[in-house]
Design a protein around this ligand. Structure first.
Ligand SMILES: [Cu+2]
Length: 225
């Protein structure tokens, strides 16, 4: 890792329980999260995953797509469940050369206009930075999770996860601007949430990520892979 990134990566993490809405229905539940940074700005593209002690269903069939449009990847952060696949459609009129050197999954796709490469399946959990050999600024992150319960935060910093039942879940949060050591801290540092009897919980995670030049930092980060 480039040590110049450390100031950017400084993390302060606090958890605030904003409110709990209790209902009496024992049914699938819905839990919402909102993540803010130091300036109280909502944090987009954070991955939230909830891990149950109970056996979880096999991989979902949700459609995973990492597209190229206007020389950018969409979405910027794509969480998928382990064992599922991603397609990489190119909606531009030009060629993209999509690749990752990640230890989780290495691949290379030369994608001409409207090309539909075979889906790539991701068997190993972890973070897979993705770039384009032709357009250096293009960057995306695939995050392979080992739980069916996950989402990314929207531009309001919010995500809602549906859970099959009440119970204890371990919450893990990741964002591209979190350095590895703090990802570990985040993983272990956040307490379990206890969901009860159809309860809807709203939990705000006050996640401080010091600001910097996002694009430059992201490219620097990618060069480490
Ligand atoms: Cu490209």
């Amino acid at each position: 890792m480039n040590t110049s990134r450390i100031p950017l990566s400084f993390i302060f993490l606090a958890i605030t329980l904003l409110g709990i809405v209790e209902t009496t229905h024992a049914a699938p539940i819905s839990t919402s999260f909102t993540i803010f940074d130091a300036e109280n700005t909502p944090v987009k593209d954070a991955v939230i995953q909830l891990i149950s002690k109970n056996p979880t269903p096999p991989s979902t069939t949700r459609k995973n797509e990492l597209s190229q449009k206007d020389k950018q990847f969409t979405p910027f952060v794509l969480p998928i469940q382990r064992g599922t696949s991603i397609v990489f459609p190119n909606y531009d009129d030009i060629q993209h050369h999509v690749y990752s050197f990640s230890g989780i999954k290495k691949f290379e796709l030369k994608l001409s206009k409207d090309s539909k490469a075979n889906p790539i399946t991701f068997e190993k959990p972890g973070i897979v930075p993705v770039g384009c050999n032709i357009h250096d600024w293009m960057l995306a992150y695939i995050y392979v999770v080992d739980t069916p319960y996950f989402s990314t935060t929207n531009s309001n910093g919010s995500a809602t996860l549906s859970l099959p039942s009440d119970g204890e879940y371990l919450i893990k949060i990741w964002h591209p601007r979190l350095p590895d050591e703090n990802v570990n801290y985040t993983k272990e540092g956040i307490t379990k949430i206890v969901a009860k009897d159809g309860t809807t919980k709203v939990i705000a995670l006050n996640l401080t990520i010091s600001t910097g030049s996002d694009a430059d930092e992201d490219i620097d980060e990618f060069e480490d892979y």
